[in-house]
Design a protein around this ligand. Structure first.
Ligand code: ITT
Length: 202
């Protein structure tokens, strides 16, 4: 049976990528353009569960995701604070802070889907490095400064189809789609945590 899903996100770039990925598997994809409240949390998983809670009663399948850009030289910052960091600082300070230091970075996505009271989550990540300056006109957010491992071009220099071949988001979304299509049992929900620690955030 074809699956019809509503993606809840304020971010058009995310939605377009998710739509391409799921439509190619025969899913019907709708967009609910909303900003869901996000708690100050240590992990992307916690944020995803909070977003799924905040969606409220919904009919059918509902999908949310949370992504972060984790820079090695900055102990994983901006990580779970990526949206806030990008909004308040932009890309330039990040580029300045990594100058002359290790340049490794990881993009991570945790995607979550809900149907009634059931929920499933999946994680995807891609390793790479921070470019020395922004390059490319494709994509959004951190795309102009991230070079995925094994390549020389930034995500900003790749078409969305090229980015989608190996991206953090496509890995998470595909893992999630496979679980749903197989009719797999939902993963147990991680225990709620409500503490702040000094360990690196993931
Ligand atoms: P939501 O409404 O879905 O929460 P958001 O833009 O706030 O949208 P996130 O918190 O998940 O989403 O994203 C953190 C930041 O990382 C945000 O500024 C995004 O633009 C950026 N980002 C997420 N995925 C990205 C990608 O694939 N390439 C570049 N930047 C990305």
């Amino acid at each position: 049976m074809p699956i019809e899903v509503t993606v809840v996100t304020s971010n058009r770039g995310k939605f377009v990528e998710i739509q391409e990925m799921l439509q190619s598997r025969g899913w019907t994809v709708h967009w609910s353009r909303r900003t869901l409240p996000e708690p100050q949390a240590d992990t992307l998983e916690e944020v995803v569960h909070a977003k799924l809670d905040a969606v409220g009663p919904a009919r059918g399948w509902v999908l949310v995701e949370d992504s972060g850009f984790f820079v090695g030289a900055l102990n994983g910052f901006p990580g779970v604070y990526s949206a806030y960091a990008l909004r308040t600082l932009g890309l330039r300070p990040l580029l300045r802070w990594v100058r002359g230091r290790r340049r490794d970075a990881v993009f991570r996505t945790v995607a979550g889907i809900r149907h009634g009271n059931l929920r499933w989550t999946a994680r995807g990540e891609v390793a790479g490095s921070v470019a020395s300056s922004p390059r490319g006109r494709h994509g959004f957010g951190f795309d102009p400064i991230f070079i995925p491992q094994g390549g020389r071009r930034t995500y900003g220099q790749l078409t969305s189809a090229e980015k989608g071949r190996t991206s953090h988001r496509s890995r998470a979304i595909l893992a999630l789609a496979r679980q749903i299509e197989k009719g797999g049992a939902p993963a147990p929900r991680a225990p709620a945590r409500n503490r702040r620690t000094a360990r690196p955030r993931k």
